[in-house]
Design a protein around this ligand. Structure first.
Ligand SMILES: NC(=O)c1ccc[n+]([C@@H]2O[C@H](COP(=O)([O-])OP(=O)(O)OC[C@H]3O[C@@H](n4cnc5c(N)ncnc54)[C@H](OP(=O)(O)O)[C@@H]3O)[C@@H](O)[C@H]2O)c1
Length: 377
């Protein structure tokens, strides 16, 4: 017998008595959670989006905490998810009218990319919600070359603020404009969350997944630069939990959300992947300049890697002290790697058969390893 947590929360204690021992253990935990939330307040949460990557992490956490969740999306992405939840169907680039006249405690907007669209959502929801949580991005900042970016650092701008084309250049400034649109509509009641690279189960970009999957395969793995190179990531489930806490505590303001500055190294990621997967991988660190000369791109070909020199050198040192003070907590990296590998095991073989969306193909990696060895003599 399987029960989703959502279904369980609708069960009576009598129903729970019919469950087996394991489920009862889980049942009592869920009941304890539920009463904790009730002692606070059971929130009515509207999620704009909710079904791809970050959305499910937020929804799962909110349901675990006993909240009531409504989803608004087009019904295209993973429509099988959350059969028990209220789903309102609509394309927000066209209209938010389906939300008119409805009341929620908080809206969590995971799929706002254009200020017009956020303004329209806010206009329809005005007077009917107490808080707007907008999922922005660390990409809002204008200059990543220096260390210590914090929430007060200048954000990027674009000439055509009405553009609805997302590119590498427009994405960050548009997110900054979306933040401002939300704050203008709900002054003092808006929470703008700026995540760094989000990683873990359900990630469609493979930007972190490449490493656990590649290292689990074993053998010589080409890796960039040096084990001490610093980076920042956030597990999607930790971010989901933080977002729900922000809703519960009505936390407002702006928050960078990623791992603490200077805390995580590439070497730690690689070693953790090896340990968790139990593979026989060995790591061949190739010099960053040499990789660049071979046309190997940081971040896309060598995921998670940001060179310590250059226009993005400050990015892995983004300050997150404000989010830490507001309750952001992190699971161990080993859990992130394990969660990613467990999820990858469930991915359809058709997707697994195709090259990952980030990282090197096996052929290209082998070619580069050979060139590197020849260079080393
Ligand atoms: N991935 C990262 O590393 C990273 C880093 C920093 C910030 N971020 C931000 O984090 C957020 C994460 O997004 P996610 O994709 O994981 O969120 P998600 O909530 O899991 O998925 C996106 C949702 O938006 C819905 N949607 C898309 N277009 C829509 C439309 N026109 N009208 C109504 N619904 C629509 C999709 O459903 P339908 O397709 O069915 O409509 C889906 O439910 C984004 O805002 C991104 O900019 C991501």
């Amino acid at each position: 017998m399987t029960l989703t947590r959502r279904r369980f929360l609708q069960c009576s204690l009598t129903g729970a008595a019919a469950l087996g021992a394991t489920q009862l253990g889980w049942a009592s935990r869920a009941l304890a959670d539920m009463s904790r939330v009730r002692a606070g307040r059971r929130l009515r949460i509207l999620v704009l989006g909710g079904t791809a990557f970050l959305g499910p992490a937020i929804v799962d956490n909110a349901l675990e905490r006993g909240h009531e969740v409504t989803l608004f999306n087009r019904g295209k992405t993973n429509p099988h998810l959350y059969p028990d939840l209220e789903k309102i169907v609509g394309d927000r680039t066209v209209s938010h009218d389906a939300l008119k006249g409805r009341k929620w405690d908080v809206v969590i907007d995971t799929c706002g990319y254009y200020p017009r669209v956020v303004r329209e959502a806010a206009a329809v929801l005005a007077g009917n919600i107490d808080q707007y949580i907008f999922i922005s991005s660390i990409s809002v900042y204008a200059d990543f070359s220096r260390k210590g970016l914090n929430e007060e650092s200048p954000v990027g701008t674009i000439e055509d603020e009405a553009t609805e084309t997302v590119t590498g250049e427009t994405y960050g400034p548009l997110k900054a404009l979306c933040e401002q649109a939300a704050e203008q509509a709900f002054p003092g009641s808006t929470c703008n969350i700026r995540p760094g690279l989000i990683v873990g189960p359900r990630d469609r970009s493979d930007r972190f997944t490449y490493w656990p999957v590649r290292i689990a395969r074993g053998g010589e793995v080409l890796v960039p630069d040096s084990p001490q190179t610093v980076t920042q990531i956030i597990d999607v489930r930790d971010l989901g939990e933080f977002v729900v806490r922000c809703a519960e505590r009505k936390t407002c303001g702006v928050y960078n959300c990623t791992s603490p500055a200077g805390d995580l190294t590439m070497g730690e990621i690689f070693e953790t992947c090896r340990k968790v997967s139990g593979s026989n991988a060995s790591f061949v660190y190739a010099d960053g300049d040499w990789l660049a000369a071979q046309g190997v791109q940081p971040w896309s070909d060598m995921p998670v890697w940001i060179p310590l020199e250059g226009p993005d050198a400050g990015q892995p040192f983004t300050d997150v002290s404000r989010a830490l003070a507001a309750g952001l907590v992190f699971r161990p990296l080993s859990e992130t790697v394990r969660g990613t590998l467990d999820w990858w095991a469930t991915v359809p073989s058709e997707r697994k058969g195709r090259p990952l969306r980030a990282g090197l193909t096996a052929e290209r990696e082998a070619e580069l390893l050979e060139l590197w060895r020849a260079r080393q003599g």
